[in-house]
Design a protein around this ligand. Structure first.
Ligand code: ZN
Length: 545
């Protein structure tokens, strides 16, 4: 028996050994991640010293491997972006009461433009005109005549149960009012105390009029005075690009973002004191694999293609680096055939699947992905070329794309995403599989492109949360939990990682969409039960939202 299992173990490890990568690859990957995800780099926030240290490391690696510079300045492509938008000191909103201006407890919000105005006030209800729902606040007044328009947040109660006001975001209501002639918009709290916070999103383009939020509004006020002046703080991000020129007709683009969340200034799910977000999986893993793929391709890759390797910055702030790269005059130099994006490739689970997004962006992908799949690697594909990572920018240039992803986890966008939690042999397997794909790409003509449908708009209008991280790679019945957040209803009820939710209250949960549909039925304070499979056992837990 012992000998038998020894032989079996040998066979098994034989199956897992890499076809193309050498034994050194795993050690190299560990070294790259150890540096990129170290505290010294302070979370690699775009435009900071941590980003600078990371880009120097990547540039040195590219140079050492023998890549040609492919940035706008040597290996680097710098791009400016708006980091923060803040009101200047002398902005104000004042209600006029009995001839006296009273300072309002108010602030300008995302989408606001500048301007100085004194004008009559006009209350416009929810500021919604939705004929499908049979609801229109503009029925009586079509021209807002340069007045300061007051709009309530939240949604009206209507008899039509299918009425959907989700498209009427605050920004959309402000835009509608502006087109109808408003000189400024001031939002007021909604019936369920809906509010707008002071954070101004720099990715939202400004309307030509001021847009404010006020905590309260004295009904006797007929006139208001406001002055808005917003200051944009600009920072600079840096992509690192290197080229392997084989004199071939077509170029394959390989990319991974190397920026992360710094101390959690943006996009963090961490609550509490600021802490370094090391971003080992997100996305030191992809960056490390990019370097090792470049090393292999430079030395031993098929010479019938050229390879453009790009480490992007600004991804976490909204794909800024990838957008800057495709917007610059850099791309037309290459006859590109496809783009491979690696974002979070460090957490391949033993029985888990490698997720490949973008499989619908070429009619060839599904067949290639399936026929080249090594036996021990499960692959799960999604079609859309649009997703929350850099490949989207290339798909929008009509390029076939693939995004390689080992799935989300409870450390995602938290300080706990650390180097010691990565599956390095798994990264070797992912890279090796990518090399199989590279070697099977057509070289005499570009890969055929196909457009994909936009992914299902998941309506994020939940009033409650369970506090679990879904396992997107789960293919069985129900919704598998890959992580449980502390202090949330699921944790309080006793749900655990790897539980599979099969029902919430009277609603059966067949898959993740069923889960979201069920969740949408509950309100804060509701009591219900959650049915899960824990291993083979079906269990039921009382839960309160
Ligand atoms: Zn991220």
């Amino acid at each position: 028996m012992r000998i038998f299992s020894f032989v079996f173990a040998l066979l098994f490890s034989g199956l897992l050994s890499a076809q193309y990568f050498s034994g050194e690859t795993e050690e190299n990957l560990r070294a790259h991640v150890a540096f990129l995800a170290s505290d010294e780099l302070e979370g690699r926030l775009t435009g900071t010293q941590g980003e600078q240290l990371a880009l120097e490391y990547i540039q040195q690696a590219f140079e050492g491997i023998g890549l040609e510079p492919a940035g706008t300045n040597n290996f680097i492509q710098a791009f400016d972006f708006t980091w923060k938008i803040k009101p200047e000191e002398d902005v104000y909103l004042r209600w006029e009461l009995d001839g006296n201006p009273i300072d309002a407890k108010a602030w300008p919000v995302s989408g606001s433009g500048d301007g100085e105005i004194s004008a009559e006030l006009l209350f416009m209800g929810f500021g919604i005109n939705a004929p499908d729902a049979g609801y229109n606040d503009y029925e009586m007044i079509q021209d807002l005549g340069n007045r300061i328009v007051l709009i309530q947040l939240g949604e009206p109660e209507v008899s039509n149960p299918h009425a959907d006001f989700s498209a009427w975001t605050a920004l959309e209501r402000a835009r509608y009012a502006q087109r109808a002639g408003a000189a400024a918009v001031v939002f007021l709290p909604g019936p369920d105390n809906e509010r707008l916070d002071k954070e101004i999103n720099p990715r939202v383009s400004a309307l030509p009029i001021p847009v404010w939020y006020a905590e309260e509004y004295p009904k006797e006020a007929k006139i208001a005075h406001l002055r808005t002046a917003l200051h944009a703080e600009t920072r600079t991000g840096h992509n690192v690009a290197g080229f392997i020129n084989n004199g071939a007709a077509y170029t394959l683009i390989l990319g991974a973002h190397y920026d992360h969340l710094g101390y959690g200034e943006v996009g963090s799910l961490h609550r509490g004191e600021p802490a370094i977000h090391n971003g080992a999986d997100d996305n030191a893993s992809g960056t490390a694999l990019l370097i090792e793929l470049a090393r292999y391709l430079r030395k031993e890759g098929p010479k019938e293609l050229n390879y453009l390797c790009i480490a992007f910055s600004g991804e976490e702030l909204g794909l800024l680096g990838a957008k800057a790269f495709t917007a610059a005059d850099l791309l037309p130099k290459y006859q590109s055939t496809a783009m491979f994006n690696m974002d979070m490739v460090g957490r391949l689970e033993e029985d888990g699947a490698l997720i490949v997004n973008g499989a619908g962006t070429s009619p060839r992908w599904e067949t290639l992905l399936d026929s080249l799949r090594p036996k021990h690697l499960k692959i799960k594909t999604t079609a859309s070329g649009v997703g929350p990572s850099d490949h989207t920018a290339f798909y929008l240039e009509d390029m076939p794309v693939l995004h390689f992803f080992t799935g989300t986890h409870s450390d995602y966008h938290r300080p706990e995403d650390d180097a010691d939690k990565l599956n390095y042999p798994g990264m070797v397997q992912v890279g090796d599989y990518m090399l199989r794909l590279v070697k099977s790409l057509p070289t005499k003509a570009p890969l055929a492109f196909s457009k994909t449908k936009a992914p299902e708009q998941t309506r994020s209008r939940f009033k409650v949360t369970l506090g679990v991280v879904p396992d997107y790679a789960w293919e069985g019945k129900g919704m598998k939990i890959s992580g449980v957040s502390e202090g949330k209803p699921a944790a309080a009820a006793g749900l655990q990682k790897d539980d599979v939710i099969i029902g919430i209250g009277e609603h059966a949960v067949a898959d993740i969409y069923g889960y979201m549909a069920a969740l949408g039925k509950f309100n804060p304070g509701d009591e219900t039960t959650v049915k899960v499979m824990r291993g083979e056992e079906e269990m039921e837990f009382p839960l309160s939202f």
